[in-house]
Unconditional design. Structure first.
Length: 340
């Protein structure tokens, strides 16, 4: 059977070969409908874009993929910046692909390297589940898994201490004498990896002090971990009629939204309500007051993930897949009382 050519793709898609070339080169000024027709033809024909052979004798493009749920969440935006810098130092370029918190977007990201656009993939899933872990088997290209939504012993994996971080955040408030501690960022989805793990840390810290979880203190944010949803979740907790003297938010954006809602209601931070976030994004330093937060080791995560992928590409990585769990620390600022 003949190997499909760019001309074959052009005929199947009903466009010129130049248009196919522009689409495959990432040229921005292409109609979305045209781009979709071309990529559908690529898939149907099994056309392999061998940028590698044309440019590098090594047989690699020098480009790696980064698939994250979205760049609108500050954590992912700042993680992408760290990954770009770590890749630059190793002579790699990064193609970023937001997957939109959708299964379809994540499956598309897993298919992308097969078109030879990138040499390997850094993959942070949010919609795929543990039952989908088999999709990571025998991909045919190096992959480094990020986060905690899925686990696989067949690929390199870089993650953070979600349970330990949330437990430390809750302990900080308990040590300050706070007992009515709200938690912001709960999700009803049973596959919500980060949310479930961070809630486990919160619950364990309370249980160690003999405190049961009060359902009225659970702030739900099913529409996403953004500032507006943090403010709404905090308002819902306050409207439930329970007194709140502490807040653990599952990310800093939620925490900043919660602080806004508290201040609108006349609560003083940290005197009336102490607040701890998670992620240590740049904005945390510039809120009023500055936000105490969990630093999950984002820079370490980026550095190790890129190093692992680079080593897989060059044959320098260990034979067995690597699991790396980044160190975390609490960064204390003005949203919690000063420790005596």
């Amino acid at each position: 059977m003949a190997v499909p050519t760019m001309a074959d793709v052009a005929r199947r898609a009903g466009v010129s070969a130049k248009t196919v070339s522009n689409v495959l080169s990432g040229y921005p000024y292409i109609r979305e409908s045209t781009r979709e027709r071309v990529m559908a033809a690529v898939d149907e024909l099994g056309y392999e874009i061998n940028v590698t052979a044309r440019i590098f004798r090594s047989g690699r493009t020098g480009v790696v993929g980064l698939a994250v749920p979205e760049l609108g969440q500050p954590y992912f935006g700042e993680l992408a910046d760290e990954i770009l810098e770590a890749a630059r130092r190793r002579g790699l370029h990064v193609l970023i692909q937001p997957t939109g918190f959708t299964r379809e977007g994540e499956l598309a990201a897993l298919r992308e390297p097969r078109r030879k656009l990138v040499d390997g993939l850094l993959f942070s899933p949010a919609a795929l589940e543990q039952a989908d872990a088999h999709l990571l088997d025998d991909l045919g290209y190096p992959l480094v898994l990020l986060g905690e939504q899925m686990f696989s012993t067949r690929v390199d994996h870089v993650t953070m201490q979600n349970v330990e971080g949330a437990r430390a955040a809750t302990d900080l408030l308990l040590d300050a004498g706070r007992r009515q501690i709200a938690v912001i960022g709960m999700l009803h989805s049973p596959t919500a990896g980060s949310s479930n793990l961070r809630f486990t840390g919160y619950r364990e810290a309370l249980a160690a002090r003999g405190i049961t979880v009060d359902p009225r203190l659970l702030g739900w944010a099913d529409d996403g971990w953004h500032r507006g949803n943090g403010a709404r979740a905090m308002a819902d907790v306050l409207d439930a009629g329970v007194e709140v003297d502490g807040v653990v938010a599952f990310n800093d954006a939620l925490a900043l939204g919660a602080m806004y809602a508290l201040q609108v209601r006349g609560r003083s931070i940290p005197d009336d309500v102490a607040v701890v976030g998670f992620d240590d994004i740049e904005d945390a330093q510039y809120s009023m007051p500055a936000l105490t937060t969990v630093d999950p080791g984002r820079r370490d995560i980026a550095e190790v993930a890129v190093a692992l992928l680079h080593d897989r590409l060059t044959g320098a990585a260990p034979a067995e897949p690597v699991l790396h769990v980044a160190d975390m620390r609490i960064v204390e600022r003005g949203s919690t009382p000063t420790r005596r």
